[in-house]
Design a protein around this ligand. Structure first.
Ligand SMILES: [Zn+2]
Length: 103
């Protein structure tokens, strides 16, 4: 079951990395636009930047979860050491803390 989840996480990481790659291509394409579009470009860049850091944070969480699967601490709260409830993991598979410590 964990293996399946690990595969899912790995696939998600690949997908996110592709997205980051696409964002970088968008940046490169946007460079030669004329002046009238510059303001819009800058706003666009901010959005792309936000998307990129979001994707990077998610990759970090996913790879942390994979590491925890490998060392057997996946599903265990990183603060109190209690098991994280399956319901919580279902909603948030990369959760590092139980519902009590997350608050
Ligand atoms: Zn806890």
């Amino acid at each position: 079951m964990t293996e399946q989840l690990k595969l899912k996480f790995t696939e998600r990481i690949v997908e996110l990395q592709k997205r980051i790659g696409a964002i970088h291509r968008d940046f490169a394409d946007g460079r030669d636009s004329d002046w009238s579009e510059q303001a819009g470009e800058r706003e666009n860049e901010e959005v792309l930047n936000a998307l990129e850091s979001e994707a990077k944070v998610e990759i970090q969480h996913l790879s942390n979860a994979i590491t925890r699967m490998e060392n057997g601490s996946y599903g265990v709260c990183q603060t109190c050491g209690e098991d994280i409830s399956p319901q919580r993991l279902q909603v948030q598979p990369v959760a590092e803390h139980c519902i009590v410590c997350a608050k």
